[in-house]
Every structure is written in C-alpha cells, then in structure tokens.
Design a protein. Structure first.
Length: 202
C-alpha cells in the first residue's frame, strides 16, 4: 500500500475486510475485491488473478519439510484449517487423512498464519496469503505441490462507480500489482518443478 500512497496521495483509500459479500445498494462502497465470481445485477466484475492452495508450517518446525510427501506431512503433526477444505485437498492429492485427525479450526487467515508460525501444526492455506511469510522467512512450504484454487480474485464495482476516475485508477493500479505477483508466482512454480524433479532423481 505504500506504493499506492506514493503514487496517489490525493486519493483517500479506506479498506474494510469482511467475510460477507458487500451489498452495494446498502453500503456506500465504491468497489470491492472478492474471491470467486458472484453475479449480481447492477455490478461489473473483472478477474484480477488466480490463486493456489498449499501447505505451510513454521520455518523452525522440524516435523515438516518441502521434500515430504503429502502422506508423511499430514501424519507428522496437527492440522490447521477448515475440516471440509482439508477433506477436499486430501481427495485431490489422493492423500489419506486419519479418521481421528481433527484440524485446529480457524476462521481467519491471520490466525492460521500465526498458529503455523508458532509451530502449532500444518496449515492449509492460499499462496497469496502465505507468500509474504515464506519470503520473509517465518513460514516454509511443505511438499512441492501448489494446486490451483477454485476461486480467483475479482474486482467488482457497482454501476454508479463506473464513471468514477478514482475507481478506474485504483483498478488499474491493482491490476498492475497483481501482474507483478503473478510473475513471482510463475517463477515459484517453475522453481518447485525443478526441485521436485531433482528430488525424484535422488
């Protein structure tokens, strides 16, 4: 956000995070960023970027490593996240979750990150959420796999904001930020593929 304020100090930006889908008729928000497509009359929607699902753990948690298989990782310690999400992940990865394994349930991404950073277990999360922690050395990726997440980020605004210059500026700035992040993501995926092939040869 520092980049935004440097480029556009004259535009006030008020951020409000919520799990609820904003009702533009009831709330005076100019625009929103959502996960997934939600079609509603009187709104415009534009794709920003894809996301990926992955497992992470605290950087100093010796139970986990990027070289592990999914089966070994989920058996190494407690799981963190939503049970239904873990169940879907296990099906996609063809991994068996122990019947008695009940994840530490968190309803907030930051709580999940904090739990993982404190070595409380294995967190199933999205790449866009975990990337900063991996980059700054508080988290590590577990296994080489990143699965495309079912929902991507969408930029949404009501018809009344269509002619607002500040919304257009924010949309273009956000798109540029997402493009930079997607290039970083592509480099990460290629790096993981190379690592995975090297591991298979050992």
């Amino acid at each position: 956000m520092a980049d935004w304020h440097t480029q556009y100090p004259q535009i006030q930006l008020i951020l409000d995070a919520s799990l609820n889908i904003i009702d533009f008729e009831q709330e005076r928000a100019d625009c929103a960023v959502r996960m997934g497509e939600v079609s509603r009359d009187g709104t415009k929607q534009f794709a920003l970027m894809r996301d990926y699902q992955m497992m992470v753990a605290g950087i100093n948690d010796a139970r986990y490593s990027i070289e592990q298989t999914e089966d070994l990782a989920v058996q190494a310690g407690p799981l963190i996240g939503i049970p239904t999400t873990w169940t879907l992940w296990s099906k996609l990865m063809q991994t068996s979750l122990h019947e008695t394994c009940q994840p530490l349930v968190v309803n907030d991404s930051n709580l999940g990150l904090a739990a993982a950073q404190q070595n409380m277990g294995l967190l199933l999360t999205r790449w866009s959420i975990a990337a900063h922690g991996i980059q700054n050395g508080t988290l590590k990726q577990v296994t080489h796999h990143m699965l495309t997440y079912e929902n991507g980020y969408q930029f949404v605004y009501p018809d009344r904001s269509a002619q607002e210059p500040k919304v257009k500026i924010f949309h273009e700035w956000l798109q540029a930020q997402c493009q930079v992040f997607e290039k970083y993501t592509e480099a990460r995926i290629q790096f993981l593929k190379v690592q995975n092939k090297s591991s298979e040869r050992l």
